[in-house]
Write a protein that binds this ligand. Structure first.
Ligand SMILES: *Cc1c(COP(=O)(O)O)cnc(C)c1O
Length: 462
């Protein structure tokens, strides 16, 4: 307890040259706050008779400097996704193609003709940038880029249906992912919900019976992250569109996944066979289709709205457009990604496409190499598409299973997360599993190093 007397005052600590220099650079207030916190920590230790030996002033100054350094470090950083979930919302969804990163960086570091018409030498519009490619890939007449799909859906409903009724099937009043609830978005847009049908069955006649002079539009939501099995029914999009046309009403679809459904030599995984595409919806006569840029499209976070020119123009003129517009980096990355989709052999440069198409034999080879360097074993398993696309869909993969004689699966998993770079793995039946489908081949050696580190000196595995 006598040691308490040795704690110098904050003012004295501030006179240490290193601390004074830090205060000059980083500001007086945060440095004082850090010193106080470190001094408190020392007092707590001293009370428990656990104070570190040596001069408390040195210990406090060191802790305070460490804390200040940590406070400057970025909190957002890259991780290795070894979960096998391709579109992992918590891990930032689609990784970008190199071409998309390069284009985004190019416009980010300087000025760009974002809203400038180079030919006319006058003010232009940002929406021209991705529009041509979006139309070419989906068959639509016009397109809008918003900040994300939730924003896009909100914008469309506010622009076309505020104060009026929107007809939706009860089976589609769903929550998608972390908190996108169709009824709540609807309420925020000022549109009034007119529910029809039941949770499992809604017929065309249910929609027809609900149409009145209060109706603004018919909304269709792709139930992307769940599936109602069994006794279900809902009208085909083309029949719903025909009904809406008879009453001069638009049909708006929240499609979600952004699956383009383009023909691919060698084919797409079986898991995507039933995934509806944006082009299918446009072809079925849907007036406006909204989807995410960073799901199966494999691009940046964005909300894309494609459809009929007159409606797109009407949506674009709404004041909320200004609040949900995308920035120049997003447009650049999006254009580059769409360009890769159009140039078929280059398409596999989009990481999502590469992950979807990577043959299980290639994964087997990579998994064997990793397993043998770690003493782990290779197992058959399933990757998932995730991100609210193709519910319950799975793609065959190979998993590296890791065990340790000295650590539990939970301890290994936590050590992997604490590593640099952090590795996010799954645990199944008390085993840590690494799925290489979502690990870029360039990351294999970093993954190996992180796993060795996490296992600690006490590996090999049992
Ligand atoms: C993913 C998804 C959303 C939310 O999209 P964000 O881009 O995350 O805003 C909305 N609706 C559907 C059908 C989805 O699949």
């Amino acid at each position: 307890m006598a040691a308490f007397r040795h704690i110098p005052s904050i003012d004295v600590l501030l006179q240490q040259p290193a601390i004074a220099a830090r205060a000059a650079r980083q500001g007086h207030a945060p440095v004082v706050e850090s010193l106080r916190a470190a001094a408190d920590a020392w007092r707590t230790l001293a009370k428990a008779d656990a104070a570190p030996p040596g001069d408390p002033a040195v210990w406090i100054a060191e802790r305070a400097m460490e804390a200040l350094e940590t406070s400057l470090a970025a909190s957002l950083r890259p991780v290795i996704n070894a979960t096998g979930v391709i579109i992992h919302t918590n891990l930032g969804r689609a990784p970008l193609a190199n071409a998309a990163v390069a284009r985004a960086m190019e416009v980010a570091r300087g000025y760009a003709n974002l809203e400038y018409d180079l030919e006319a030498g006058a003010r232009g519009h940002r929406h021209v940038h991705a529009e041509r490619l979006l139309c070419a890939l989906t068959g639509a007449e016009a397109a809008i880029v918003a900040n994300n799909n939730a924003a896009g859906t909100w914008l469309v409903l506010a622009a076309l249906a505020s104060g009026r009724e929107v007809i939706v099937s009860r089976g589609e009043l769903v929550e998608i992912g972390g908190g996108f609830r169709v009824p709540e978005i609807m309420a925020q847009s000022g549109a009034r919900l007119r529910e029809v049908g039941t949770t499992n069955r809604t017929r065309l006649s249910d929609y027809a019976a609900a149409i009145s002079d209060r109706t603004a539009l018919i909304l269709r939501v792709h139930p992307s992250n769940f599936r109602i099995e069994g006794f279900t029914e809902r009208p085909a999009l083309k029949d719903l569109s025909a009904l809406a046309r008879r009453f001069h009403l638009p049909v708006f679809e929240d499609q979600g996944s952004g699956w383009l459904g383009l023909p691919q030599p060698g084919g797409w995984p079986e898991a995507l066979r039933d995934e509806p595409s944006v082009g299918d919806s446009v072809g079925a006569g849907v007036s406006l289709v909204a989807f995410s840029g960073d799901k199966l499209l494999g691009g940046p976070q964005a909300g894309l709205i494609v459809g009929q020119r007159a409606l797109v123009d009407q949506v674009r003129r709404h004041p909320l457009m200004r609040a949900v517009r995308a920035d120049k980096q997003t447009y650049a990355a999006l254009e580059a990604t769409l360009g890769l989709w159009q140039r078929e052999p280059a398409r596999t440069e989009i990481p999502v496409v590469r992950m979807l198409l990577e043959p299980v034999e290639a994964l087997e080879r990579r998994a064997q190499a990793l397993a043998s360097s770690l003493g782990g074993t290779v197992k058959e398993g399933l990757s998932t598409i995730g991100g609210g696309s193709a519910p319950q869909s799975a793609i065959p993969t190979r998993l590296v299973s890791i065990r340790s004689t000295s650590k539990t699966a939970a301890q290994i998993e936590a050590a992997l997360r604490a590593g640099s770079p952090p590795v996010i793995a799954r645990i199944q039946q008390d085993t840590v599993l690494l799925d290489l489908r979502t690990v870029h081949p360039d990351e294999d050696s970093a993954l190996q190093a992180s796993v060795l580190n996490a296992l600690g000196p006490a590996w090999p595995m049992g």
